[in-house]
Design a protein around this ligand. Sequence first.
Ligand code: ATP
Ligand code: MN
Length: 558
Amino acid sequence: MASSSSLSRYQSKRDFNKTAEPSGDTTVAPSERRRFVIQKHAASRLHYDFRLELDGVFKSWAVTRGPSLDPKEKRLAVEVEDHPLAYGDFEGTIPEGQYGGGTVMIWDRGYWTPEGDESPEEALKKGTLKFRLDGEKLHGSWVLVRMKRDRSGGKRTNWLLIKHRDEFARENDGDAILREDRSVASGRTMDQIAAGKGSRPKPFMLKSKKAAPPDAVWNSNRTETASPRASNATIKVRAKKNSSVKATDPANAIVNGITITNPDKALWPDAGDGRPVTKLDLAHYYEAVGPWMLRHLKGRPCSIIRAPDGIDGEHFFQRHAMAGTSNLFTLTKVAGDEKPYLQIDRVEALAAVAQVACLELHPWNCQPGNPEVPGRLVFDLDPAPDVDFAAVIDAAREVRERLEALGLISFCKTTGGKGIHVVTPLSASKKDQVSWKDAKAFAHDLCMQMVADSPNRYLATMAKKARGGLIYLDYLRNDRMATAVAPLSPRARAGAPVSMPLQWTQLRSTLDPKQFTIRTAPALIAKSTAWQDYCDTERPLAPAIKRVTKRSSKANAA
Ligand code: ATP
Ligand code: MN
């Protein structure tokens, strides 16, 4: 994982209110194979940024004259600050006046593998890193060699980037490779990127199962064979990539570096203000509320609901990656399922979410990074159609009070529908961890006590759910694979409502949850302090389980 200190130089140079470059605040899981990217960068002086993924960041060099396929051409590569992994998908224009202001193109990208017996960390320290590139434009063996510091005592660390002699070397080719001046990500020229024109994105493909596993590549490099099976597999993957390239379309838009195709397509016919919500509106919504949302998405498998033709068209519920899934999604394996689950760990992934017309996000309720351990409880209050919202508010307050009496702190949000979710953060510390079975039993017991005390207001039996006049207390969200809609997730329902996190004091009987929409929520959440202390209120569940069980057995005895 990237330590925040290794990115502090990167972050201190940039104002993320002004540049669309990734902030590096969100962690991107390292890929199975190490990535490389070369970004052509028309800053005050044109250069090529050469980046190698290592230990959770991109080690970076500015190569003034660009890489050369001619082994006699040693290209100066000035060491620069580590960049976050999210930077590997950045293409666009850094505003003038900002650090590195100018146009950035993803000129090449792919995977790299160290050569030789040393670890790449050791090799970098010693000043000679030999490696292979498997990109779209660049291939074969290369070396980075650190130069001795000049006597003037300059601050820069200079390296040379040199092509090894192999079948990919080209002598005296006059830098023909640098004239291949189109983005490997979007197919755009520098001018098209500068003009903000869009095009069909060409996402980094999922690693094909046919591709050699990373270890095989590593080992074959060590023995200098880089095996025929591995290279065949690589070629197959590349052929598939090329088939996904579509003609450029100037009508597209770009948000967070991601191309949004059909930006004007209406996903909701009316956001309650007479205007439709377009795909571009959705991308901008996720961009606006993304940093807030991510705290509740990061590290948790997340189901999505897609509606490519809008809320009145077909809905697709999806847990797993599909063909062409953007590499901005994290793919996470959970015990008992071969297929990896989708996970959203960074704001750029939310732009990709909008691009595939994903209207709802439903994360698991586990601890981040640990699907086996409950990370929060969710009490889902479902009123029968004839129950007033005011009665749901009363029920939410009652859940809160009961939790508080057991030592737990809770937060509330509207669902975007008629219900309310009461959410309780649980302590992440190892000694406080409980099983999903115990967490679910706790939620069950608490709800059953509410039913026992007010049978004319509540029920908690799924089979009787639709009973008129009552509120169904759904404790079943508290299970390993159960989900609840994420705070601030839009809903694929009329009026473009969102699940709005609120302060308890905002839950007044006159509150109309329909007021919280894709249109209104960004400004409201920006000035709201709702859920701000969420992380400080995580409590252990075990003591509460003991207390609730005592009360249950007392009630049974009576
Ligand atoms: P409402 O206020 O309309 O009840 P809600 O989000 O609470 O909104 P529910 O139907 O009560 O909707 O479902 C609660 C949660 O359970 C949802 O947010 C969702 O994450 C999950 N869920 C509901 N139905 C399904 C389903 N068919 N498959 C998977 N998860 C579901
Ligand atoms: Mn509900």
